[in-house]
Ligand binder design. Structure first.
Ligand code: HEC
Ligand code: HEC
Length: 285
């Protein structure tokens, strides 16, 4: 840097290198200064209106008192106010009446998704599509009956289908004949020998003479080709069910099938909603 200034009149800062390269002291352009002042004004204005600066235990509030959580709560209150007329009606009506009311049942169809997702779909799958060991709710094949009242009872009290184990009372050959018979029922090749055995052993007492099942017992319809306990080999799967039963006490290989009761977990109104929601999957009767 030079000590002398070869350009004394041009208003430079005196920072000069090689007698030529030098720093001038021109002001920034006007547009730049205006933007600078505008941004300062914006920060001050923002701080006056909205919460901004964190303090030791609180923060500046802004004179409007606006908060994000306040806005959220106001929105939520608006949604609840819009829902209240529907919720009041649902509380006062039976599930059957809700189903018959088009506006209400449409409301349940839309608002029930979260409730079903939180409480039911872990077992029954999204949209009631079913899972291994958990029945499909979207078809018209029901263990315990598909009227709106039966569905509501299922959800309220839970269900536990019971089939005794037969490993000790039937021979391996008899179990084989029966398994082939029940699989044959839906595949059109059931034989008379199997039928005679089915109707002479206790099978008919729970499944009925026609093997179509009884809703009161939750005994499956064995003729429709829909298998509750589905495995790749249908005959082997039926053999296991026949030998070890369903929820049979003391049998380690029994099928476990229990629908939990919801009367202590969900309000009565929510149970009604779930009954309508399940019914409206399309399989209700
Ligand atoms: C822990 C698993 C589980 C949960 C959670 C569950 N279920 Fe079930 N559900 C089952 C099982 C297992 C069965 C079959 C019971 C049987 O075979 O005896 C069943 C049966 C049913 C049935 C009877 C189906 C028929 O064919 O008759 C309905 C209806 C039903 N569940 C609805 C629901 C609804 C609605 C919810 C949520 C509020 C729910 N379930 C939650 C396991 C569950
Ligand atoms: C005490 C009543 C009872 C008796 C006796 C009984 N069952 Fe069952 N059975 C049931 C019930 C209930 C279910 C359905 C369980 C469930 O899904 O919760 C069932 C399910 C089945 C299944 C499985 C159906 C499926 O969809 O996967 C087969 C196969 C079957 N029974 C065959 C028989 C045969 C053969 C006999 C005679 C040896 C017999 N059952 C005797 C009550 C009975």
């Amino acid at each position: 840097m030079s000590e002398h200034n070869p350009f004394p009149d041009e208003g430079n800062t005196g920072h000069i290198w090689d007698d030529n390269l030098r720093e001038l002291s021109n002001p920034p352009p006007n547009w730049w200064m205006m933007a600078w002042y505008a941004s300062i004004a914006f920060v001050i204005g923002y701080g006056l209106i909205y919460p901004m600066i964190p303090l030791a235990t609180t923060h500046t509030k802004g004179f409007t008192g606006w908060t994000a959580i306040g806005e959220y709560k106001a929105d939520l209150a608006a949604v609840e106010a819009a829902r209240k007329p529907y919720e009041d009606k649902i509380a006062a009506m039976s599930a059957k009446e809700i189903l018959a009311d088009e506006a209400l049942s449409t409301y349940v169809e839309h608002s029930g998704k979260v409730l079903f997702g939180d409480n039911c779909s872990a077992c029954h799958g999204a949209g009631g599509a079913g899972n291994v060991g958990f029945p499909v709710l979207a078809d018209d094949d029901w263990l315990f009956g598909g009227t709106i009242e039966q569905i509501q009872t299922t959800i309220t009290n839970g269900r536990k289908g019971m089939m005794t184990a037969h490993a000790a009372t039937l021979s391996a050959a008899e179990i084989d004949t029966l398994a082939n018979y029940v699989v044959g029922l839906s595949e059109g090749n059931a034989d008379e020998k199997g039928k005679a055995l089915f109707q002479s052993k206790a099978c008919f007492a729970c499944h009925g003479m026609d093997a179509k099942g009884m809703a009161a017992l939750g005994s499956a319809n064995l003729t429709d080709g829909i298998w509750r306990f589905d495995e790749a080999d249908k005959v082997a799967s039926a053999k296991r069910t026949i030998a070890h039963g369903v929820n049979a006490a003391g049998d380690a290989k029994t099928r476990n099938a229990e629908m939990p009761a919801f009367k202590d977990k969900l309000s009565e109104a929510d149970i009604k909603k779930m009954a309508v929601y399940v019914y409206k999957f399309g399989g209700g009767k």
